[in-house]
Design a protein around this ligand. Structure first.
Ligand code: ADP
Ligand code: MG
Length: 436
């Protein structure tokens, strides 16, 4: 059946866990579907809403790929449930948006380190005393660093306390706005967004150049703020940096507290990986965890994807996730990353870290400090670039590759003896990967 084939295609694009938790629960409703209209039934409103917000677009796109027809995708609750809970079907607009919260995005599941401590503490205090401390709270930082997680943690925390919470991305807000404008039901739109206790808006950078939505959002903001209702916003940039955002909104976003999230340092990255494994019941040896933390990018979402991929492959092949196995699975991915790292990147990071000039590292100086730095560069270059030992010897103007191989040996020896040195090498590796 077409509807099921599409879900199989979707399976390829998402993680196993997502598939098992949400997509597998869907039933294709062949009778209600047409060539340009696909209907799936979910067992409960929670899953229906979750699938709707996270996967409906993907499903629609897969229909288009498969059939060439752009289909409208409908996710509703299974019929027998609908009769009991008629509100869900007859009035989907009134359906509480708070059900879109991912229940695992809680404060307990959030790993705190230097990089995110400030944002975490600010989020937790706002959750505990909504509207009283920082209003608005504005969290910003790079992709996959936990902004949505913290935002929804505030939501989950307050839902439990029986507060009315609205979580929405700015895009959904915009769509909702257009919908109600078109249907002349703006009073309902306002009722919805201005009567909540806590408004959580994700990815406000997309307000950029959307004048009409900015205007509406401005009034929503003012009304909630006047009533001391908590507003929390996230963005990939500081408000000042959002181009095409009205000054009056920029200034309001700065009224409360602005908290940034930085890329995680190695320790935090390791702790996050461990936490994810614990939550998903995946067993990873420490050496595999360390390997992933040092080789993978800082985007936690990508790291999660890899962990799930590793786990899926391992169970498919009935194999333990050893370091070797992890390396082989990641080989392709790392190869791509390696191609982007240059000798200059490595020298730049090492010279900054050890406070030695790049020209000194490239020189023939025999001072102990410089020899040491040069060795570190060679070691890192062997690991992070496709350069061979002879190529490195040539780069440093050495006679042949024996000096490079000697440097490798030395670094390996020190790493085995000196834990601090090992950590320093890991930190350098981490920095180089993200220096580009
Ligand atoms: P963003 O919104 O900043 O792009 P997300 O909040 O979607 O990032 O985070 C991506 C994934 O990484 C989520 O699954 C989230 O749970 C996880 N994550 C990010 N930071 C942390 C952290 N400090 N502790 C636990 N999980 C985290
Ligand atoms: Mg996000």
């Amino acid at each position: 059946m077409l509807g099921n084939q599409i879900l199989q295609m979707l399976k390829e694009e998402i993680t196993n866990i997502e598939y098992e938790r949400y997509i597998k629960q869907l039933k294709y409703d062949e009778k209600s579907s047409k060539s340009n209209y696909a209907v799936y039934r979910a067992p409960n409103p929670l899953i229906a809403n979750w699938v709707k917000s996270k996967y409906a677009k993907k499903i629609a796109r897969l229909y288009e790929i498969k059939t060439g027809i752009r289909a409208q995708v409908e996710i509703t609750v299974q019929k027998k449930n609908i009769q009991r809970k008629s509100a869900v079907q007859t009035n989907p607009q009134k359906n509480s948006p708070s059900t879109k919260l991912n229940p695992s995005y809680t404060f307990e599941n959030f790993v705190v380190g230097n990089s995110n401590q400030f944002a975490y503490t600010a989020a937790l205090s706002s959750a505990e005393k909504p509207g009283q401390l920082y209003n608005p709270l504005f969290i910003y930082g790079g992709v996959g660093l936990g902004k949505t997680h913290l935002l929804q943690a505030i939501g989950n925390y307050n839902l439990q306390k029986g507060k009315s919470v609205i979580y929405t991305t700015i895009e959904q807000f915009m769509n909702d706005f257009t919908y109600h404008l078109r249907n002349q039901t703006m009073d309902r739109f306002r009722e919805k967004y201005r009567k909540c206790d806590i408004l959580l808006i994700d990815d406000v950078q997309f307000l950029s150049r959307k004048e009409q939505t900015q205007e509406e959002f401005f009034h929503t903001f003012n009304e909630l703020h006047n009533k001391s209702k908590q507003i929390v916003l996230t963005s990939d940039k500081h408000p000042k940096q959002i181009a095409g955002l009205e000054d009056r909104l920029k200034s309001r976003f700065e009224w409360g507290l602005i908290a940034d999230i930085q890329p995680p340092e190695l320790e935090t990255k390791i702790a996050i990986i461990k936490k994810k494994c614990e939550l998903d019941g995946i067993n990873l040896e420490d050496e595999v965890v360390n390997y992933l933390a040092t080789t993978m990018d800082n985007n936690i979402r990508e790291i999660e994807g890899i962990i799930i991929k590793l786990n899926a492959y391992a169970s498919l092949m009935n194999q333990k996730i050893t370091l070797e196995f992890a390396k082989s699975v990641l080989k392709e991915q790392i190869k791509e990353q390696q191609e982007n790292i240059t000798m200059e990147d490595i020298i730049k990071v090492v010279s900054e870290e050890l406070n030695i000039k790049p020209s000194e590292i490239r020189s023939k100086s025999r001072s102990r400090q410089i020899v040491n730095a040069r060795r570190i560069v060679m070691y890192l270059a062997r690991n992070l670039t496709p350069n061979s030992m002879p190529a490195l010897a040539q780069y440093f103007g050495m006679k042949d590759h024996t000096s490079v191989s000697h440097a490798m040996k030395k670094i390996n020896e020190i790493m085995q003896k000196d834990e601090n040195f090992k950590v320093q090498i890991e930190e350098l590796t981490n920095k180089i990967k993200h220096s580009q």
